[in-house]
Design a protein around this ligand. Structure first.
Ligand code: ZN
Length: 351
């Protein structure tokens, strides 16, 4: 597959829909019927995750998370501005002056306001903002805001997926691009000798919570998370530091702060990528984490790793991915579906 073959309408739909941690239902509504179409059955879990199941053999679990980073309303202040807490890892600088959608009694647009540079003192101009001091302006009087918005309502970034030069930019590519890769890999993969579980997980951004439950239910023998990884070739990036490069292919994640990829799976993914001429690179870091951790540590343990899609500006409203990397990740995960059963032939597990 090449970048030109991607179903950008589906990827756009997935990225643009709102689904912060704990409130993934709108994303699930897109994903579940597609899994149902391609699998023998789907299984939902009580947290809101869903998995498509098909085939026979050793259990292979794919996992991509439905949730995106978001915000949660704590209260509406006396001036009518919405105060909030964060769901997942935010950098305050990337939140200021952004458009958001407040999911109250109805969806309403808002902006994360900040005083204009004209009124800032010299000291204020050099100070980094703190999330706790920010609030959202929805342009309505306080009484009306309080009718529409209650504590616990969630807020998401508001941004369409836009082709930009050779790349794509938008919100929530983390991890809707992973969900997209999983769906497209399951759709395009050839025959598999595994019992395949394609799991759309929840609450990853608040601590890999949904994948723990999903993995306990599946008890995978082999597991592959699909998620973004930071690229260091963007604006302001440290090209000498650890990271990945857009356009260099799917990233096989070897290590991050949450997991060390099982060496036999890293080896297998690398070998099939070489054999099939799938562009690939490696991600080695001691920060960040993915569902891989919970997949690997669940139950009696599994052979687990992660296929990543390099992304610039992760956890902002202007995340950037390269279509060729997305296509490579689809091909690599599809190749894994077809071949990875060989790893279950040893005696370290239950087979
Ligand atoms: Zn992610």
């Amino acid at each position: 597959m090449t970048g030109d073959d991607l179903d950008l309408a589906l990827l756009g739909e997935l990225c643009e829909v709102a689904g912060p941690s704990g409130r993934e239902e709108r994303v699930r509504a897109i994903v579940e019927p597609r899994l149902a179409q391609m699998c023998d059955r789907v299984e939902a879990d009580p947290l809101g995750g869903v998995a498509g199941v098909r085939g026979d053999g050793p259990r292979l679990m794919l996992a991509a998370h439905l949730d995106e980073i978001g915000l949660m309303v704590t209260h509406v202040d006396d001036a009518g501005f919405i105060r909030f807490l964060t769901l997942g890892g935010w950098d305050a600088k990337t939140l200021i002056t952004q458009r958001v959608t407040v999911h109250g009694r109805e969806d309403i647009p808002g902006v994360v306001g900040t005083p204009p540079v004209h009124v800032l003192t010299a000291e204020q101009r050099t100070k980094l903002p703190e999330i706790g001091t920010l609030s959202i302006d929805v342009g309505l009087p306080v009484e009306r805001v309080r009718e529409l918005v209650r504590p616990g309502d969630v807020i998401t970034r508001s941004r369409e997926l836009l082709p930009m030069g050779d790349v794509l930019t938008g919100k929530s590519l983390d991890d809707r691009v992973g969900v997209f890769v999983m769906l497209e890999a399951v759709r395009t993969a050839g025959a598999s000798a595994c019992e395949l579980w394609a799991a759309a997980t929840v609450q990853e951004e608040v601590g890999l919570r949904g994948s723990r439950v999903a993995a306990e239910r599946v008890e995978p023998r082999i597991a592959i998370a699909i998620d973004t990884c930071p690229a260091n070739d963007g604006a302001g990036g440290d090209r000498e530091g650890p990271g990945t490069t857009l356009g260099d292919g799917a990233a096989i994640r070897i290590m991050d702060a949450s997991a060390i990829g099982s060496p036999e799976l890293v080896e297998h993914l690398t070998r099939i990528a070489e054999e099939r001429d799938i562009p690939h690179q490696f991600h080695v870091a001691n920060r960040g984490g993915t569902d891989t951790r919970e997949l690997q540590l669940s139950g009696r343990g599994s052979i687990a790793g992660c296929v990543s899609i390099p992304s610039r500006y992760v956890h902002s409203s202007v995340e950037v991915c390269h279509p060729a990397d997305i296509a490579a990740a689809i091909d690599l995960v599809a190749a894994a579906i077809e071949t990875v059963h060989v790893l279950a032939d040893d005696t370290t597990g239950d087979g």
